[in-house]
Design a protein around this ligand. Sequence first.
Ligand SMILES: Nc1ncnc2c1ncn2[C@@H]1O[C@H](COP(=O)(O)OP(=O)(O)O)[C@@H](O)[C@H]1O
Ligand SMILES: [Mg+2]
Length: 215
Amino acid sequence: MSVLTLDHLGYSYGERSSSVFQNICYQFEKGKVYSIVGRSGAGKTTLLSLLSGLAKPTSGKILFEGNDIAEMDKYRYRSQYVGVVFQSFNLLPHLTALENVRLSMDLSGKKYENKNEYALRMLQSVELDEAKAKRRILKLSGGEQQRVAIARALSYHPEIILADEPTGNLDGETQDQIMDIFQRLAHQDGKCVILVTHSPAVAKASDEVYQLSSK
Ligand SMILES: Nc1ncnc2c1ncn2[C@@H]1O[C@H](COP(=O)(O)OP(=O)(O)O)[C@@H](O)[C@H]1O
Ligand SMILES: [Mg+2]
């Protein structure tokens, strides 16, 4: 069953601007990795912000498990069902990896038995051991920071993971490792993973590729 459905989705940044895209119909399923591709300015970041509930469609709808997200509690949708990995990671550089994950757990408002242990487990699931978990973000490599950002997005068990250029600043080998994590999240844990990418290697390693074409 589809977890996210785009139903004649359209968006424009204001009444006088022309639309970025219109009439998109598409279905995203659990258990798959999707790549959204398209040239610069095609609307990839705009589409992700609509999927994350940050922006509202100007025409058409986005359905989450059959419910129009515009009619759902926006805060609940954003804090429980979707995990977003930003291009710039958005981590707090002076805090440790562990503290960054714990902070987002606190913000989600969910209850956890043992926060510290749970956060360590999330970091371990992206191959960051306890020593790395206790290191400040500033002292981690780009690939490690990206993994902290993924662990943070996973900490409240969202069904959907959204990531904008998640491998953009990483070398080829690190990119492959990050892609392995996304594939495992989809294929083993049954998440719906949606990536925006310029990388042909990332697109090739995805289950489905959605080409966003500009008019
Ligand atoms: N805040 C904004 N206000 C007005 N236009 C915007 C804004 N953000 C993006 N755009 C325009 O919307 C189009 C799509 O942008 P974007 O989604 O960032 O594309 P991509 O991520 O594919 O490069 C571009 O033409 C861009 O100039
Ligand atoms: Mg973009």
